[in-house]
Design a protein around this ligand. Structure first.
Ligand code: 2P0
Length: 359
């Protein structure tokens, strides 16, 4: 399998029950279980700049390369830096499984702004785990792939599969029971939509990895969150089973607020939301109050841009309201997607002489 360029694309996920805090920093084991929707990369632009939500990654393992080279959005990653090396530890793990010492050339590009709170690390690391294991012909199970992706970035373990996904926190010290599994396929609830209201494309000031460690170390409110969050997950699973948007919306919003509350309780406080985020929070509550039931919910990642979860039937009135928000940069519409997929040779980002094509 060596010396052949393989290419795949994957997509971000949006957590409805959030992962924020590790019980093991090295193995990336979470304090609580989390639930997410894997997104369809083929987002529609309602207004503003057109984005698709794909990470496309090409990889080749070869003895003709004298070191590992990893390019993300045209930038060569500095593998002499330990934090960067840790992100890409899965290359070494895979080499160990495949019993090869071939070096890897990886070229990856996001069709959306990196590190703006749009889960580029989930999408990027999940796609890398998927394509690098394929390139080495390892035929890993979804469970093994999820554990592998987790080693690069926690939330990446959920982007290995499509639809509605649960990352079970697990109990084992070695992380062998901490992986994501699919609760429902992408077509379980075709009317379910995600409207992504982009309110800023700036790079975030506090990286999730450092931020969550700081929360675990300093937030008292965080202990309370850990008592509550698994209960939210169980309630959400039931609401999803019944396709009960009213109950689901309440849990999704409370859960997002819970995470941002412990961020604020961190010392020094972590504040990802801005005035436009807060205006959208109010708008969503206004819409729900006027409807007499909850028809939509906001949820924020580690960034100021909300995802508004709703259904096709309610789309127009919510879009109309969001378009009135001053400062909204783009509005994207997507739904659940299928997870990573192989692409053709013609989509490769590495040419036949192993030169990166930074297109
Ligand atoms: C999540 N986030 O569940 C939460 C919600 C951000 C807010 O997972 O240190 O990039 O690589 O495991 O996965 C972002 O954290 O952190 C994240 P690491 P990751 O989606």
């Amino acid at each position: 399998m060596e010396d052949v360029v393989y290419t795949a694309r994957g997509t971000p996920n949006i957590a409805l029950i959030k992962y924020w805090g590790k019980r093991d920093e090295g193995l990336i084991l979470p304090k609580n279980s989390s639930i997410s929707l894997t997104l369809d990369g083929n987002a529609e632009t309602v207004v503003g700049k057109a984005f698709k939500l794909y990470t496309t990654t090409s990889v080749v393992f070869s003895h003709k390369i004298n070191a590992d080279f990893i390019y993300i959005d045209g930038e060569l990653q500095d593998l002499s830096n330990k934090a960067v090396r840790d992100r890409f530890a899965i290359i070494d793990i895979l080499r160990g499984i495949a019993k090869t010492n071939a070096h890897a050339m990886v070229v990856s590009k996001n069709s959306f702004p990196t590190a703006s709170g749009l889960a580029s690390s989930a999408s990027g690391i999940a796609t890398l785990a998927y394509i690098a294991s394929n390139a080495l012909d390892l035929k890993l199970s979804e469970r093994e792939l999820s554990i592998l992706a987790r080693r690069g970035s926690g939330s990446a373990c959920r982007s290995i599969m499509g639809g509605i996904v649960k990352w079970e926190k697990g109990e084992a010290k070695d992380g062998s029971d901490s992986f994501a599994r699919q609760l429902y396929t992408h077509d379980y609830w075709p009317e379910l939509l995600d409207l992504i209201a982009i309110v800023s494309e700036d790079k975030k000031k506090v990286a999730s990895r450092a931020g969550m460690a700081q929360t675990v170390a300093t937030s008292d409110l965080y202990r309370k969150r850990l008592e509550i969050v698994d209960g939210y997950a169980a309630q959400l699973e039931k609401a999803i089973e019944k396709k009960d948007m009213d109950v689901m919306a309440e849990i999704i919003m409370k859960e997002s607020n819970s995470m941002h509350a412990v961020m604020l309780d961190t010392s020094p406080p972590i504040m990802y939301l801005n005035d436009i985020s807060r205006e959208i929070i109010n708008a969503v509550h206004e819409i729900n109050t006027a409807s007499g039931k909850r028809i939509c919910a906001y949820t924020f990642d580690a960034g100021p841009s909300p995802h508004i979860i709703t259904t096709e039937h309610e789309k127009e009135r919510i879009v109309d309201r969001l378009l009135k928000v001053e400062g909204l940069q783009s509005l994207l519409l997507t739904k659940m997607g299928k997870g990573p997929e192989m692409l053709q040779e013609s989509d490769a980002l590495i040419d036949k002489s192993f030169a990166p094509m930074l297109k």
